[in-house]
Design a protein around this ligand. Structure first.
Ligand code: ADP
Ligand code: ASP
Ligand code: MG
Length: 419
């Protein structure tokens, strides 16, 4: 008998019929003798609809009230799923995040789970019943309802799997695994059988929303194996787990893209110590996350600094930076909302030279200009025009022949040695 956590995303519980289908799957797992804890997202696009509603009645919805509103979405699906399971003759009990003991910090809209006190959930399983938990939500130390950020039900599922010591955390979604690129952008993308946490972390933080980045972080920290699979088919999906010697050693695991960022350039900044510190301290204190930064070579004692920020923070960043730019005698603050980021990720990159060159060649051949580049030991990211993002994914995917099972080989001795 295993303990299994199953999480169903918004599309999977999108209407009554789909909820009934999920109920059948959950009931079948329980009937095999397993203890099942289910985590659900809000139905279909209901979180987006609730946000739109909030924006209709308020220009700046209060974060506490917004969280109160959004958590209602998951509450609807948990109760409906519980009823549907009951209809199949099995006992299920639904719990809000708070009732399930998901304790978070107080950061409304992006709360972090600090502890799971899931006694009610474990007692429910021990009594042979199915526990259904509303994803994406918790309760803070000040007893306020919080949400974990978009896609947060993934994190609820992993946190409960860690708490329960579950054998695996199954993430059921509308694709049948993690692919070499978003299959909606690159139709020839290939499903991966397995991936190391580190690679999935990079893919998620670079925009592959199939798993929320925090859920992968949590899984890595607590060693929870994740199985991403389809809610509409029975085929095995993708396992995300600790890197092992037995794993397929592809040089490139996949390509992620992200169109949620914007670019800021502070032009003609005096080239002297303390300027970058001044600019980025102001942004950090305001809680604006910076992603990629590039400082050009100084010419005539001046330099340009460009970086990316989440598009939702752009107005605030601009407001903060204008007076500082004036104070430090920079020429101005330029912003560009029409950018996107394409990232190539693979643990094998560490030992393979030539990956960056091949990436840039592919973009050059397609006439795509690169505006900012950043790298880690297992990632290369390029900022390009928003309109070029999808084509960039496609040409890089093609350049590395990611749709074939073939591993890309660079003609170098280190490449040969690593195979
Ligand atoms: P859910 O509602 O089930 O949580 P999401 O919409 O959050 O589902 O995540 C699934 C989506 O992630 C897919 O429909 C797909 O378009 C997108 N996606 C992005 N990158 C990838 C990738 N590399 N592999 C699979 N899906 C991806
Ligand atoms: N319903 C929330 C969202 O749309 C959480 C989730 O689906 O994971 O972001
Ligand atoms: Mg999701």
């Amino acid at each position: 008998m295993a303990i299994i956590v199953q999480k169903f995303g918004g599309t999977s519980v999108g209407d009554a019929e789909r909820i009934q289908r999920v109920a059948k799957r959950v009931a079948a797992t329980a009937r095999k003798g397993h203890r099942v804890c289910v985590v659900v997202s809000a139905m279909g696009k209901s979180t987006d609809e609730l946000i739109a509603l909030a924006n209709q009645v308020s220009s700046r919805p209060h974060p506490r009230e917004l969280d109160m509103l959004l958590t209602a979405g998951e509450r609807i699906s948990m109760a409906l799923l519980s009823m549907a399971i009951d209809e199949l003759g099995q006992e299920a009990i639904s719990f809000t995040g708070s009732q399930a003991g998901i304790l978070t910090d107080t950061a409304h809209g992006r709360a972090r789970i600090v502890e799971v006190r899931g006694r009610r959930v474990s007692e429910t399983l021990a009594a042979g019943k199915i526990a259904i938990v509303a994803g994406f939500q918790g309760v803070s130390a000040t007893a306020d309802v919080t949400t974990l950020g978009r896609g947060g039900s993934d994190t609820t599922a992993v946190a409960l799997a860690a708490y329960l010591g579950a054998d695996s955390c199954e993430i059921y979604t509308d694709v049948d695994g993690v692919y070499t690129a978003d299959p909606r952008v690159e139709p020839t993308a290939r499903k991966l059988n397995e991936l190391a946490y580190e690679e999935m972390l990079e893919l998620s933080s670079c925009g592959a929303k199939v798993l929320m980045v925090r859920s992968v972080e949590y899984a890595r920290n607590h060693d929870v194996p994740i199985h991403v699979r389809s809610s509409f088919a029975d085929t095995p999906g993708t396992w995300v787990r600790k890197e092992s010697d037995l794993m397929e050693k592809a040089i490139i695991s996949g390509i992620a893209h992200d169109t949620s960022e914007a670019k800021v350039t502070i032009s003609s900044v005096p080239d002297r110590p303390g300027i970058a510190a001044r600019l980025f301290r102001a942004l950090a204190d305001a809680g604006v996350n910076i992603d990629m930064i590039v400082q050009n070579i100084a010419a005539g004692g001046q330099t340009d600094i460009s970086f990316t920020v989440p598009r939702s923070d752009l107005d605030r960043a601009e407001e903060l930076l204008r007076p500082i730019a004036e104070e430090i005698d920079a020429a101005g603050v330029l912003t560009d909302r029409n950018v996107g980021k394409v990232s190539l990720i693979g643990a094998g990159m560490r030992s393979h030279p030539g990956v960056a060159a091949r990436t840039f060649e592919a973009l050059a051949e397609a006439g795509i200009n690169i505006e900012i580049i950043s790298t880690s030991s297992i990632r290369i990211s390029c900022v390009v025009k928003a309109d070029d993002v999808e084509r960039a994914v496609q040409v890089i995917h093609e350049a590395f022949r990611l749709s074939d099972e073939v591993v890309y080989e660079e003609e170098s001795p280190s490449a040969a040695a690593a195979e």
